[in-house]
Ligand binder design. Sequence first.
Ligand SMILES: Nc1ncnc2c1ncn2[C@@H]1O[C@H](COP(=O)(O)OP(=O)(O)OP(=O)(O)O)[C@@H](O)[C@H]1O
Length: 303
Amino acid sequence: MSTITLESVTAGYGQSLVLHEINLAFDSGFHVILGSNGAGKTTLFRVGVGILPPRAGIVSVLGYEPHRDSEVKRLIGYLPHRPSLSAALSVRDNLEFWGQVLRLPSAQRRSRMDQVISDLELSDLLSKPAASLSRGQAQRVAIARALLGAPQVLFLDEPTTGLDPLAARSLRELLKGLARADKTIIYSTHNLYEAAELADDVTLIAAGRVVDRGSVEALHQRHARAQRVCLTVEGDPRTILSGLGYEAVPDREQWIVDLSDRAERSRIVAALVQAGLPVLEVRELGSPLEAVYEDLESGGQRV
Ligand SMILES: Nc1ncnc2c1ncn2[C@@H]1O[C@H](COP(=O)(O)OP(=O)(O)OP(=O)(O)O)[C@@H](O)[C@H]1O
């Protein structure tokens, strides 16, 4: 049985339904959820951690129904979209308090606190009241809190939001290590580079429905049409390319070309070679998920 399963799950707020007939299963590894603002990612996370009961369908995490079995909440680490710390408490007391909520025995609480303080580089912040933290500092404390119980399952809703580039990188490395150590990580982000770097698989959500799921490569194959490439060519390719309907923009020794379709790559390379202009390199620019995302947003292929 998978660590997390959602079967025909429907969920929403008041009169409005947000998630429709969601069927998903996750095992250990890194699972990225992608979708535009309002697509339903945070709602999916709330259902997954048991804060929002589904209207219909079955949610199971580690064999429990999270909205019914409060025990499972101690086995799940959750970073909400807008994490709230206890403003008047220091960073240390926030973590200490959370360790008590999780009912960690005191020796384990101390060792886990030491671990997350080191992992999230919080030692200089421990005596500061949470209210005085910068946004990125508060985010690091909230992530530490989510990791405190060494949970088997992590739901992290845009965790790198507000982190500076080095803190974001060190968090990504930490989480990659956890995914390798058989944890199940459900992760939402709007950063497509980050998503492509981390994901074992990506779930695409639009208007509360799962529209596709797969590895970055598989999604790229299925969805990416337009492609921006960087060509390294011996000579000036502009005349040949303009004959094929493409504009080449010079970029130092290389040329940037926007292709309307991936399949055009081989056509332009063949035309250049035939014209006596050897092509030394064709490199796709940007994240491979960019074109996937564009296709998703333009209401492209649904599966
Ligand atoms: N507490 C709430 N009450 C009513 N409607 C809500 C509530 N929270 C979210 N919604 C609505 O549910 C829909 C999905 O919101 P959700 O926060 O799940 O999207 P999201 O994919 O996480 O978006 P974002 O990328 O902006 O964080 C939106 O239309 C939103 O307005």
